[in-house]
Ligand binder design. Sequence first.
Ligand SMILES: NC(=O)c1ccc[n+]([C@@H]2O[C@H](COP(=O)([O-])OP(=O)(O)OC[C@H]3O[C@@H](n4cnc5c(N)ncnc54)[C@H](OP(=O)(O)O)[C@@H]3O)[C@@H](O)[C@H]2O)c1
Length: 277
Amino acid sequence: MTSDVPTITLNDGIEIPQLGFGVFKVDPAETERIVTDALEAGYRHIDTAAIYGNEEGVGAAIAKSGLARDELFVTTKLWNDRHQKDSAHAAIDESLAKLGLEHVDLYLTHWPTPAKKDYVEAWEALLEIKEAGKTRSVGVSNHQIAQLDELVAATGQTPSVNQVELHPAFSQLELRIHHQKLGIHTEAWGPLGQGKYDLFDRGPIVEAAEAHGVTPAQVVLRWHLQIGNIVFPKSNSKHRMVENFDLFGFELSAGETAAISLLDENKRVGSHPDDVN
Ligand SMILES: NC(=O)c1ccc[n+]([C@@H]2O[C@H](COP(=O)([O-])OP(=O)(O)OC[C@H]3O[C@@H](n4cnc5c(N)ncnc54)[C@H](OP(=O)(O)O)[C@@H]3O)[C@@H](O)[C@H]2O)c1
């Protein structure tokens, strides 16, 4: 099957599909069915995490799909209480066993937990895990500018991605500029504002949806793709999975993209990374 989803080449040469499927808050008991639906809808990039408790369901759906391993891009994340090296090495083995995989494509630290002052050790552990062949690429999540600089200064190794909250009401311009400077790609979590915002009623989003004959959610996701973000919206509904994957039959104009970027209110729907420890 050919896919319209573009790939992005990360700073280590690994290619990642720019659009994927996220499984935060997908019930472990439903995950196999929901990820099977997502794979049938065409998604080939799945974003999970140890803390979501649903890696086994992701693995079961992958096994059942019959898809070749190299057709899939699987990300998982190291939870906050596993940052010490020994614990991190055990954690990736646990994740791989649950996923039924010999390696993941991308392994991330989930939060920097700054009060514990162990995010550099966690990053060093991820570099060792990559060296051991258990992940093809390594990155971080929820890191701020100074923390990224600290990781690079301490190890000389730059994360391939930083996965952060990002949507039109919280567009993280300063952080994205810093990512570009360092060669880090931006992954946007909560790309639809987790449905907690009235994003889909905002003027520029509604107007673009009407102009292109698409839904406000498709406009928001298309905005992400056009500003260079990697996204993996979550949906339990097959109908919305299909909708969220159907982003390649229209293009926002530069004016539409700029108008959506101006909706930024510097407002998060999730936790501030300083508060997660
Ligand atoms: N690194 C981190 O700390 C972190 C934090 C949060 C999330 N993430 C990752 O990012 C992924 C995406 O973020 P997210 O799940 O938090 O939020 P999201 O994708 O922004 O939003 C998901 C919500 O939007 C609804 N939705 C999906 N498609 C829709 C559509 N076309 N129209 C209307 N509503 C729609 C979903 O409802 P239905 O399910 O009912 O369709 C769900 O309530 C996660 O699944 C996870 O993989 C990472």
